[in-house]
Structures are given as C-alpha cells and as structure tokens.
Design a protein around this ligand. Structure first.
Ligand code: ZN
Length: 142
C-alpha cells in the first residue's frame, strides 16, 4: 500500500492508520443518516482493498459504544470525547469505517453521498459492510 493516512482522537489515546493505494482526492466521504452519526456529524471513508491499524494507548479509556443492531463498535475516546471509527466483525474478519473528522491533516473531497440504512435488516447490513468497509483491521494496545 502506497499511502498511510493518519487519524487520531484529540488526546491521542486512539490513533489509526488507513493503508491504501488510493490518494486522498480519490475518496468520496459519506454520511449515515442514523441518529448516532447525525449527532456526531460523522463523515466516513473506507477502502475495500486497504487495511487499518488502530492503536489504543489505554483500552480502558475507550468506549466501544453499541446501539441498534449491535453489530458494530463505535470507538469513542472517554478522555477527550472524539468519535474515531466504527468496527464490525464479520466471518472472523474485522472491518472499519473511519470518521475523517479525525484526519485533520488531509483535504478530502466534499461529501459524496448521504446514505440512509434504516430499512436494512442485520444480514443485508453485514453484507454491505463486508463489501464496502475496510477489511484487515487490527487493534493494538501500545
Ligand atoms: Zn482522546
């Protein structure tokens, strides 16, 4: 992978790198219309060809928030309150979408799509994530 795009919460307790062959300009950030993402103003990217390394300084200071279908963890730093990414386990693989509000060093293109996944059942939701989210996610405590 040629690029490593870095993101983190405000205090640095949660850091991540998206390894990707895409350039920043090739991403199409998207929103989700659920009541959690609306409240946070989450703006997401992923690369089905890429991978993600998430590094946690202190696992106890991370809220792995779940709601609704409870199929994803929304990683929120308990110390500084920043919502960094969502992860989802499907068939022994961990997938992620990254909130690009945590990637302040890059100029991503403007919003590409506003999506409403409210009508999905759990099966179609996992199918969509397995296709669109970034696979090969590892979470390391450092
Ligand atoms: Zn933090």
């Amino acid at each position: 992978m040629t690029n490593s795009l870095h993101g983190s919460c405000h205090c640095g307790n949660i850091e991540l790198d998206l390894k990707t062959d895409k350039n920043v300009s090739e991403f199409s950030p998207r929103t989700c219309a659920c009541s959690f993402c609306k409240r946070h103003g989450g703006l997401y990217i992923s690369d089905p060809e890429g991978s993600v390394e998430i590094r946690l300084k202190n696992n106890n200071d991370v809220n792995f928030y779940q709601f609704g279908h409870k199929t994803a963890d929304f990683l929120i730093c308990k110390k500084c309150g920043v919502f960094v990414c969502a992860t989802c386990d499907i068939d022994n693989m961990k997938y992620a979408v990254i909130n690009i509000k945590t990637m302040i060093d890059y100029d991503f293109p403007p919003l590409g799509a506003s999506n409403d996944y409210d009508a999905e059942n759990t099966g179609s939701r996992l199918e969509r994530r397995a296709k669109n989210w970034t696979p090969r996610v590892v979470i390391n405590e450092i």
